[in-house]
Design a protein around this ligand. Structure first.
Ligand SMILES: Cc1cc2nc3c(=O)[nH]c(=O)nc-3n(C[C@H](O)[C@H](O)[C@H](O)COP(=O)(O)OP(=O)(O)OC[C@H]3O[C@@H](n4cnc5c(N)ncnc54)[C@H](O)[C@@H]3O)c2cc1C
Length: 454
């Protein structure tokens, strides 16, 4: 009987630029491509993310000529059964670094299964970029970015030719039927959609990215986050065509933020749920109640915040500018702990990424790695006027305000018809809550927190 190898898809739902897949193909006569449905991850994922995953699995299966094995169950049992049934002695994977995936893989190895790791979901794997001065990890983004560029990354891997995959039996076709909730509309899933969207962005958005990326009302960003989350495209593929222009450099820097946060989480695993700057754990916070519910529902009475939260509910995605604005509002206007909002994002984001989400929240909350001190408090009205100048973003998601033209939409209280279509009144006064936030900061005496210097 020929020797085969298992290829276990996890966060790499693609065939191109996939070195681990090439390694599996090189080893055995045929591969057994498998995706294992993990009840623990399914339990914490919201319906939009699951629907996206379901669609992505179907696309992957199509590109594999309907050879994808989809099996629910305990990973060790599933892999052992597949290995013995298909005469495979190894399981090929791309390495996972975040706490849950890394621990799971360790326990699989401890059961006697030989995992062969090739590559990772990053251009430069977490842990690789270290300070030359003392060989410790970076704690501040800008020097990390410079060292990351010097370290460099490989070119995209070749596309596989003629994948010889073993056909699954009927019981290995447990494709879940995850439906999108009514009224929601998520980005198309799959490797082909990722490549097509990136091509479109290269042609229509990349050269203007530095200017357009902050404007919430336009299609000015790449929308690669869900594709990266599921590995339908690799960051190498995104980095390869970039040149030296300012716009290209800013795009490269954003990719590097994802890698920086993965590196920070790798070295500080507790920061998935705990404060990176520990002193903020002792700050006075409120308990989530009615105001938190209003934030979740996009009914705070602050148009830019409400538009963003409704975008999240409908699309499972939110513009980066408004992610910062709503996060600041939750922590500094409602005085809730960042983890409360982080969990809500985790449930609703299609692109949920443990490192980028936990550290995006901590950065905005002022207790994260660097750059954003706690006393930087986003003004939700001014942010709206600046980054949604003509009000298109708010008009798109908040129909109760759609009748107000232009920038005036950001201050319905100043408009004679501001509340005539049912828009809610403000749940808090930003000026008052800003002062309250700074007073609470004073109580823990970290006006100038000791941020690490590199
Ligand atoms: C509170 C908060 C929570 C966040 N949660 C997530 C999350 O769960 N998953 C996630 O992928 N991103 C998260 N981000 C980062 C960022 O908002 C999204 O990556 C971005 O909006 C995705 O849209 P895009 O692909 O069009 O981005 P683009 O602007 O086109 O950027 C390209 C890629 O660079 C990376 N990137 C861009 N900005 C950031 C950033 N600030 N931090 C880390 N990576 C970045 C992403 O991989 C993104 O796809 C969060 C940011 C904040 C402030």
């Amino acid at each position: 009987m020929a020797s085969n190898s298992i290829f276990w898809f996890r966060r790499d739902l693609r065939l191109n630029d996939n070195p681990a897949l090439l390694a599996a193909m090189a080893e055995g006569e045929a591969i057994v491509p498998v995706f294992i449905l993990d009840p623990k991850l399914i339990k914490t994922a919201g319906s939009k993310r699951l629907a996206y995953l379901g669609q992505s699995l179907h696309h992957l299966d199509d590109s594999l000529g309907n050879k994808l094995h989809v099996i629910a169950g305990d990973q060790i049992t599933v892999l052992k059964e597949l290995m013995s049934k298909n005469n495979a002695s190894t399981v090929h994977i791309s390495t996972e670094y975040e706490p849950y995936g890394a621990k799971r893989d360790e326990s699989i190895e401890a059961s006697g299964i030989k995992l062969i790791r090739t590559g990772s979901p990053y251009a430069v794997a977490p842990g690789r970029v270290r300070k030359p001065s003392d060989d410790t990890p970076y704690r501040v983004y800008t020097p990390f970015y410079k060292a990351w560029c010097i370290h460099g990354w490989r070119k995209p891997a070749e596309s596989p030719k003629n994948i010889n995959a073993i056909a699954p039996s009927k019981d290995a076709r447990a494709f879940p039927d995850w439906k999108l909730p009514d009224g929601t509309k998520i980005t198309p899933a799959g490797e082909a959609a990722a490549l097509e969207r990136f091509k479109y962005f290269q042609k229509n958005g990349l050269d203007n990215y530095d200017e357009a990326r902050n404007l919430a009302g336009i299609d000015g960003t790449s929308k690669m986050s869900a594709h990266l989350k599921w590995g339908e495209i690799h960051p190498r593929t995104l980095l390869a065509p970039l040149g030296d222009s300012k716009a290209h450099d800013v795009y490269r820097k954003e990719i590097a933020w994802r890698e920086f946060y993965a590196d920070i989480l790798f070295h500080n695993q507790h920061t998935e749920t705990e404060y990176y700057a520990k002193q903020f754990a002792s700050m006075r916070y409120d308990q989530p109640g009615e105001k938190f519910k209003a934030w979740c529902d996009g009914k705070t009475g602050y148009p830019f915040v409400d538009a963003a939260m409704r975008q999240l509910l409908v699309e499972g995605w939110m513009h980066n500018r408004t992610r910062m604005v709503v996060a600041s509002f939750l922590v500094k206007d409602l005085h809730l702990e960042w983890q409360v909002g982080e969990r809500f994002f985790r449930e609703h984001l299609v692109d949920y990424d443990v490192a980028s989400n936990a550290h995006g929240w901590q950065w905005t909350a002022g207790c994260g790695t660097d750059a954003s001190p706690y006393y930087r408090i986003f003004n939700p009205i001014e942010q709206g006027k600046r980054f949604d100048e003509n009000g298109d973003y708010v008009r798109k998601y908040v129909p109760e305000l759609a009748h107000i033209k232009g920038i005036e939409i950001h201050e319905p209280w100043e408009h004679p018809d501001g509340y005539t279509k049912g828009y809610v009144k403000q749940i808090v006064d930003h000026k008052v809550e800003r002062a309250e936030s700074l007073a609470r900061l004073e109580e823990i005496k970290v006006n100038k927190p000791a941020y690490p210097k590199d």
